[in-house]
Design a protein around this ligand. Sequence first.
Ligand SMILES: *Cc1c(COP(=O)(O)O)cnc(C)c1O
Length: 414
Amino acid sequence: MDYFHRRDGELFCEDAKVRDLAATFGTPLYVYSRRTFAEHFAKLDLAFADVPHLICYSVKSNGNLGILRALASMGAGADVVSGGELYKAMLAGIPPEKIVYSGVGKTRTELELAVRSGIRSVNIENVEELRVLSDIAVANGRRQECALRVNPDVDAHTHEYLTTGRKENKFGIPLAQAGNAADIAAGLPGIVLTGLDMHIGSQILSPVPYRMALAQAAGIVADLRARGCDIRHLDIGGGLAVRYDHEKPMTADEFHDEIISLVRELGVDLILEPGRFIVGPAGILVGEVQFVKEAGEKRFVVLDAGMNDLIRPSLYGAHHRIEAVVDGVGEPVLTDVVGPVCESGDFLGKDRQMLPLHRGDLVAAFTAGAYGFAMSSNYNQRPRAAEVLVDGSTVSLVRRRETMADLVRAEVEV
Ligand SMILES: *Cc1c(COP(=O)(O)O)cnc(C)c1O
């Protein structure tokens, strides 16, 4: 579900004509629909209205302040994985008591920032991290609440780069070590263990892996409580899928219905960390056709948007639906939509049946709101794209296009 639609052969984002946005702000351009991510947030929030819960939006999926501020105003918390994300989440007005911090390699500086900010929970991925965190908390005269991130060893049936809850992944504490970690935590003066956390992967279509992970969690919660820990929250991570192509992802209600009985039995506050589910469908990347090249049976359409703007196709072989912004005419041709970057792996879509495109035409890659701009780079010394946020007919530039000066801003002349 999203608010990108066609009127009289033209693509709109809510009530804004995408062609006008491109004319005003240039290309490559990320366009976000506020109504789309607001509805996805609300759907999940409503689905879980029957239990105490907190939706901690995964900042890494899209960390634009405009989006963070909008979500903050809807009551969202944040799941952060770096000091930078923590900084931005707080700058956007997300209260620290709604922020949880995950990540396998948190530095001392990052943990200090977390402790001093008074965040809700540090998700512990490593027994050593317990000691480091305790020392930092003591030095700051605080007691930090934390959760153990366990690795439930379930298969989320997703891309190998997107699975995080198998024992061969680097994330979380192995289940068998959770009890020992809790005993260590109990002996440390700066921390108090109040939660259990897991995140089993991303782009997970079915609620079944969550149910399996929760069944594992139930045993751990019982064990930790038997050891004297007051476990009050369970964080089941993010990972809810979106539709890129012909997938049939679970709905928020289906997700809720499958797991809610287990959550209730545990008597915990539930934390969710969705990213993609909220912002994925809410964004498109718009590029302009620079050149069209015919090569035998195939047509290459070269855009001014490439892998440095949207790396998912190159990195994961991910599929993004691609359409002309203004309806074309003619017969469909087998088309590769590629970028200008000097890499053969630089493409947005391959072997697509598309109507003929011409120099100057605009093309949109859909479902690019999550892990789109967030993973973009300056590779090939390309200034990063602008981002606009559309709310009905109101359009706000929420990140200006980078300039040549931005490319050298942090470099030091010697
Ligand atoms: C990436 C990540 C998320 C969000 O994943 P989505 O698939 O975008 O929902 C949530 N929690 C943690 C710990 C993550 O690393």
